[in-house]
Design a protein around this ligand. Structure first.
Ligand SMILES: [Zn+2]
Length: 352
């Protein structure tokens, strides 16, 4: 049985349960792992279990007490969640210490100093820790080093390299792995059934297989528009010379079809780029070890690929850079143009 309904992270859960049983729950954690594998959900479940008024052994929240009800409603006064606003490149300083007029009279660091309102603990969750600017990070350092008694701070990020060394060294690092494809498939099936959506089991299985262990990506791949475009994308990427103009035009069209808002557009471009990353990795694995992907679209792309391993490696690098740029709120049309231009001549780009 999965701990608190969290699937795919039994090892992490077991280590937390053991730490709690031995009274060794730390004050500062850094959760690291790919996007969409459930780190934030795990952090919230942990916060709920730690603040529950009547927990069962094994760090299991009762689900019925005042604390659990508030945790489920997202209104718990002792569970503080801070994230990067959609329209900002970093988490603003005021999220931690209040705005200029309320310095250290508002914000996460200040709230952590208050006595717990419900039970014996306070939990702070900092999502998007990849986007912690130095000034804000500095404000957090003291809190991370000496959390108030009973307080637990959980930072959630995607890679250790993206965290400032000062933050890294003050936290206990907990690693989250990509979910197994079977878990993604099961979670997605459950989710769609709950939403009352008609479930196309074959489509769910295909999305799960191509998701790289990320539930977020699987959800996007299930989006018929993206699923269809992925096949076309692989066709375009595997042909040399690469038709850069067509790739840019078709990518832009599918990104704009995601809606008028910036967030869904960014999410969709991230899925497109993630599919490209998956393709170049498959091409490299094939070049290095003769490995053939099980996914039919990838296998077909491999059959028409006549580029070199160096080209695939350089294209992979620039695609990963483009993915990073989305997270930094890059202007999407410019990003798409730059990405396709580099793909068109990856070796030239490396030489320059
Ligand atoms: Zn409870």
């Amino acid at each position: 049985m999965a701990w608190q309904g969290i699937e795919g992270h039994d090892r992490v859960a077991a280590s937390m349960v053991a730490a709690e049983a031995q009274g060794r729950i730390g004050g500062s954690y850094l959760f690291i792992g790919p996007p969409g594998v459930g780190k934030a959900a795990f952090a919230r479940a942990l916060a709920k279990a730690l603040t529950c008024l009547e927990p069962s052994p094994g760090l299991v929240a009762c689900g019925r007490c005042r604390s659990c009800v508030q945790a489920d409603a997202g209104s718990h006064p002792d569970i503080d969640v801070v994230a990067k606003p959609e329209d900002r490149a970093t988490i603003p300083l005021e999220s931690f210490i209040g705005d200029a007029a309320h310095r250290m009279r508002e914000g996460l660091c200040w709230r952590l100093l208050l006595k717990p309102a419900v039970g014996g603990r306070k939990v702070a969750i900092v999502l998007d820790a990849d986007h912690l600017a130095e000034e804000a990070a500095n404000c957090l350092l003291k809190t991370l080093e000496e959390p108030p008694p009973g307080a637990v701070i959980i930072l959630v990020g995607t890679s250790l390299e993206r965290q400032l060394p000062t933050i890294r060294s003050r936290c206990q690092v907990i690693r989250f792995k990509p979910l197994p494809a079977a878990t993604v498939e099961r979670l997605l099936t459950k989710e769609l059934a709950r939403a009352g959506d008609e479930t196309d089991l074959a489509a769910i299985a295909a999305a799960a297989a191509a998701s790289g262990g990320s539930l977020d990506r699987a959800r996007l791949l299930l989006d018929a528009e993206v699923g269809v475009f992925r096949v076309r994308l692989l066709e375009l990427l595997s042909r040399r010379p690469l038709a850069g103009v067509a790739l840019a035009r078709e990518t832009t069209a599918v990104v704009e079809a995601a809606g008028k808002e910036a967030a869904p557009r960014r999410a969709r471009l991230a899925t497109v780029l993630a599919a490209a990353v998956e393709w170049y990795r498959a091409a490299l694995r094939h070049a290095a070890a003769g490995e053939r992907p099980a996914d039919p679209a990838l296998a077909a792309a491999l059959d028409s690929w006549n580029g070199s391993a160096e080209e695939a490696a350089a294209s992979l690098d620039c695609t990963l850079d483009a993915l990073d740029a989305i997270a930094m709120n890059a202007h999407l049309p410019t990003l798409i143009d730059a990405w396709t231009a580099v793909l068109e001549a990856p070796r030239l780009a490396q030489a320059s």
